[in-house]
Design a protein around this ligand. Structure first.
Ligand code: PLP
Length: 287
């Protein structure tokens, strides 16, 4: 029996899980999503993901036809039906089937999709050796135009940056905002360590407020590490002692080279490794 995919209350075999070509999620990227992890059957930070999903939907005036509790239950059931313990869960809410025009009022009602699968974003060895990233020319969306806080189905901004990174032989791209300040990567938030303190761009830099980012800041504070959300320039990164990325799929991954410049000694730093270890421990015990 293959994987089953949830669409609007029904579980379909993977190859039968289909949406209409008139769905505004497809036609216009009109919808929102979340990427969530399950570790040993526990769904990590589910409440935080529900909160962000419902806020993303609210920001684009999209009504999710469930309460958070109901959606959580549907996610749990889909995971259990597929017998998955360690999984990546993709929750998608589209505007639903409409006409060829933009008007969302002509859509029949939002559609909810839950896909559960496994994921490997980066090869294991990069967690030991560290990742190389590159600053790209594609600027992060201006928050006044389309807020990066909304995890919408329109990821073109990130995809354009990803193409540049791949063309430069890197797996991830560093995106700056229109002020030339560090924002985030295409699917990850960025941190540096300087003089023992942890620094990361604030929300106002135009970033997605990552759930892994929040968890890592929390862990660091509990460890007595000073954490500051402040604007960073590229030169702050070049002169950092350590650098790492955070994300649901990536977890905590060290960065050792940016724009072909070595960060710190060019190996994953001690604070990065400590936080990575503590993050792993948390995924082994907490929901
Ligand atoms: C643009 C962007 N930034 C950051 C992140 C990391 O956020 P989280 O830790 O919630 O996965 C993601 C992934 O969700 C993302 O797509």
């Amino acid at each position: 029996m293959g994987l089953k995919v949830y669409i609007d209350g029904t579980l379909y075999e993977k190859d039968q899980a289909k949406v209409s070509v008139f769905d505004h999620g497809l036609l216009y990227g009109d919808g929102v999503f979340e990427g969530i992890r399950a570790y040993a059957g526990r769904i990590f930070q589910l409440d935080a993901h529900m909160e962000r999903l419902f806020n993303s939907a609210k920001a684009i005036a999209l009504k999710i036809p469930f309460s958070q509790q109901e959606l959580k239950q549907a996610i749990r059931n889909t995971l259990d039906t597929n017998g998955l313990k360690d999984a990546y869960i993709r929750v998608v809410v589209t505007r639903g089937v409409g006409t060829l025009g933009l008007d969302p009022n002509k859509c029949s009602g939002s559609s909810v999709i839950i896909i559960t699968d496994t994921i490997t974003l980066y090869p294991d060895e990069l967690y030991e050796k560290g990742l190389e990233i590159v600053t790209v020319a594609t600027m992060r969306n201006h928050p006044a135009a389309l807020s990066p806080r909304i995890k919408s189905l329109n990821y073109l901004n990130n995809i354009l940056a990803k193409i540049e990174a791949i063309n430069a032989g890197c797996l991830e791209a560093l995106m700056l905002n229109v002020d030339g300040l560090v924002a985030e990567c295409t699917g990850d938030n960025i941190f540096i360590v300087r003089n023992g303190a942890l620094l990361t761009p604030p929300e106002t830099a135009g970033i997605l407020k990552g759930i892994t980012r929040d968890v890592v800041m929390d862990i660091a504070r509990k460890e007595g590490i000073e954490v500051r959300e402040e604007n960073l320039t590229k030169s702050d990164l070049f002169t950092a002692d350590e650098c790492f990325l955070t994300g649901t799929a990536a977890e905590v991954i060290p960065v050792v080279k940016i724009d072909q410049r070595q960060i710190g000694p060019g190996t994953p730093g001690p604070i990065t490794q400590r936080l990575r270890g503590l993050f792993k421990e948390l995924t082994e015990k907490e929901e």
